[in-house]
Design a protein around this ligand. Structure first.
Ligand code: ATP
Length: 309
């Protein structure tokens, strides 16, 4: 079975609220796809529809080419953690997993494998009710891995975790993708996905804003800008603006230059006798790239809203 999730023209309304609006994207094998959007953007609704927990008003969601509900061994096709709090508090961690394995026709020995994989060995016989958030997330992930599925989906798995927990989850997701699995992981914070995702599906108000590789997005957001350090900031700005660049003061002795390459900047400043102490290509952070993307989406909506009859 292929390791993919394919979402095509998916739509969902709750009364007057359009939660998901003609959404299409593909989650491919061998990479971590970040599913990003602000609170209420429609990420959880989309994931619930992928798992057949919510019925779409239109469109399709396929897991390995088939609707989730038609899968004969669903735990072995798609592993998901949609809500880490969904645990029976009185049940011990290992018993919880044994119960799930039994219900899904998975051999009991797999339970100990996933307990080890998720670092829960020391806590396996403790009751889930006393677990910290980080331990609950680990138990939720252990449950998702029970069927050794080629497709994995996690809703906000690092939400509320400490840096150590975030690093652990990031490493685990990467290793699962390196095994060829398709991994979809949602977050409302782009910073949580920095260094963790290879590909991004960005949504806002239920609509697709971007479906792009992380590298491509950063290249586009970096936009050929150059950072310049000089004690003679005003003179440098005048020379560069005169040559057609867009220049922005950036702190007391720094300037961000757009519209001119670094070689040209060096030639111009040297020619004008303006000394500088450093010059480097600006590299956007994922957070900056995201702000740019969502700002465009907000502006688009504002304009569309004004033009609406
Ligand atoms: N069962 C429901 N009944 C009514 N409205 C709902 C329901 N589930 C979701 N919504 C609404 O649909 C929209 C999308 O919600 P959803 O939970 O899918 O967003 P999200 O991107 O997962 O947000 P968050 O990051 O806060 O989890 C929101 O406006 C939400 O209030």
């Amino acid at each position: 079975m292929d390791a993919t999730i394919e979402v095509r023209g998916l739509r969902k309304r709750y009364g007057p609220t359009v939660a998901v609006d003609d959404l299409s994207f593909t989650v491919g094998p061998g990479r971590v796809t970040g599913f990003v959007g602000p609170n209420g953007a429609g990420k959880s609704t989309t994931m619930r529809m992928i798992m057949g927990l919510d019925r779409p008003d239109g469109g399709t969601a396929l897991v390995g080419g088939k609707p989730y509900r038609s899968l004969r061994t669903p735990l072995c096709r798609l592993g998901a953690m949609l809500d880490a709090a969904a645990l029976h508090p009185a049940r011990r961690a290992r018993d919880h997993l044994l119960w799930l394995a039994h219900a899904g026709g998975i051999p009991a020995r797999r339970v100990d494998t996933v307990i080890e994989l998720t670092g829960l060995t020391g806590a396996a016989r403790r009751r889930a009710g006393g677990f910290s958030l980080g331990m609950r997330q680990r138990l939720g992930i252990a449950a998702a891995l029970l069927g050794d599925p080629p497709v994995l989906m996690f809703d906000e798995p690092v939400n509320g975790l400490d840096p150590e927990g975030i690093t652990w989850i990031r490493g685990l997701l990467r290793s699962l993708a390196a095994e060829g699995r398709a991994v979809l992981v949602s977050s409302h914070l782009m910073s949580e996905l920095e260094g963790g995702a290879d590909h991004l599906v960005v949504i806002g108000r239920g609509r697709l804003i971007a479906d792009t590789g992380v590298g491509e997005l950063l290249d586009a957001a970096s936009g050929g800008r150059v950072e310049l350090r000089t004690a003679r900031r005003q003179e440098a700005m005048t020379v560069l603006a005169h040559a057609g660049a867009t220049v922005t003061a950036n702190g007391r002795d720094a300037v961000t230059v757009a519209g001119l390459g670094s070689e040209r900047i060096i030639t111009l400043l040297t020619g004008a006798g303006v000394a500088f102490s450093g010059i480097s290509e600006h590299r956007a952070t994922l957070e900056e790239a995201y702000m740019e993307l969502t700002r465009d989406a907000v502006e688009f909506r504002a304009v569309a809203g004004r033009e609406a009859p």
